[in-house]
Design a binder for this molecule. Sequence first.
Ligand code: SF4
Ligand SMILES: [Zn+2]
Length: 547
Amino acid sequence: MNFEERERARREWQAKRNVPLDVDVQRDALLALFDAVRAEEEWTRQKLNQLITRYIHAGDRPVPKERIVDAYRQLVARGVIPFERALLERLQLKPIRTLSGVTPVAVMTGPYPCPGKCIFCPEAEGFPKSYLPLEPGAQRAEEHRFDPYAQTFARIRTLETMGHSTDKIELLILGGTWSVYPRAYQEWFVQRCLDAMNERDSSSLAEAQRLNETAAHRNVGMVMETRPDYVTLDEVRRLRALGATKVQMGAQSLDDEILAANKRGHTVADTRRAMRLLRLAGFKLHLHWMPNLLGATLESDRADFARLWGDPALRPDELKIYPCSLLEGTELYARWQNGEYQPYTEAELIELLIACKAMVPPYCRINRVVRDIPASYIVAGNTTSDLRLVVQREMRARGLACQCIRCREIRNEKITRAELRLDVLTYPTDVTTEHFLSFVTPRHRLAAFLRLSLPLPDAPCEDILDEVRDCAMIREVHVYGRALEIGAESTGEAQHAGLGAELIEHATQIARANGFKRLAVIAAIGTREYYRRLGFELGELYMAKGI
Ligand code: SF4
Ligand SMILES: [Zn+2]
């Protein structure tokens, strides 16, 4: 895609998003649509589309499909119609986005040089390394000139317009390698994201954090991306001081020769060490793994994927599988032109992904199986971005199942406490014993889970922050079900049935039975109030209580 084509695509995309919304022109049609939506007995997404076409798109200046919820909210705000939660839920076009209980908001740091020289990594002027101008997240960030406040504020507004609850926000900070950005920039960036959630300015990061404890949009998780060789105990401390709860790292391969051939600039030992430091500090561990790198084969990739689970020093909590994409302008592209590299065919990739998914243990969540790169950038190889669905269908047809967290989440099923049973999965790592506690339905669907790490007596003390030495550590508590607004009444959804508190009680008993006297939790800033109610006290970086 050349420059003009890219610009045209960008203009079309922006034009689509900026249609002015005039509810008065279609007011009667909108009211008729709402009546029809309310009157339907059985509700499906297809019905919504059909009704929108019938009532709205028959008119002269149709309200865009994406803005129906916005139009509904405007009419409610003006007192034309009363607010009805059930109606709003039916009007939501993409309910899936908040089904895992929290609403993700992704923002991107500004362009900054990355120390990496990875041969597959694209570079686009004006964007952080590895991001491409037409990727939706990158476009949104550029539209706001990578300003953290503007990005966070606009994203919250958009999600509200689409009808999502925005009181629990997981902030994902994307862009190159977080750890190489200047410290002052990091602090300013996080402070301004929090200011947008707090809907007011602050004079320091500490103040923004304090305000967020009781803000309307609470930060219930914060994620940064970095490289394994940049994780040191000092870096771990800094990440925690900013409020981070999860770290995404590119492991890419667990074979030093492949890492070297692709000029990753780090070794598998670096990945292991980074995992150890972050695990002992209670972080949620999210790895990226990349099949089809230069030098890899289908067989070597299969063996490599097995190492993620076989090696106790790895065993990540979450994983993104990003099959290497062949992009113009990269060194890999030149190697492909020379005949040194060949991308897998789509059929080969599907077979590999099936084999990988069948290996995933129940404590891990596979967040993605391909990176959503617009197909126009990809020179050769897979361009199907919904490969996950293809893989799922094929696995079902063969009687195989992926037991990862994502595939077992209850989504918006109605459940009652009585049908849930507690399941405890224990597995060792190089420095801890992990306890994965979950509430599951009779069909093994997951309603809630908790990750408890018990450090081994011989875990190296120089790798543990003083504040949490000798503590059992809760690394994650997650309750599924539609993200209800804080304090909203539960109608059978899991979030407000107190499942989180029950899991914490079970974790406390396990920690006590294993001889621990203190229990710490890596509490996100916006969950501090919740943990205070459960008797935890805020220390310097963690919340903890005697048990
Ligand atoms: S470390 Fe990440 S951003 Fe940097 S060159 Fe490698 S893949 Fe690209
Ligand atoms: Zn899965």
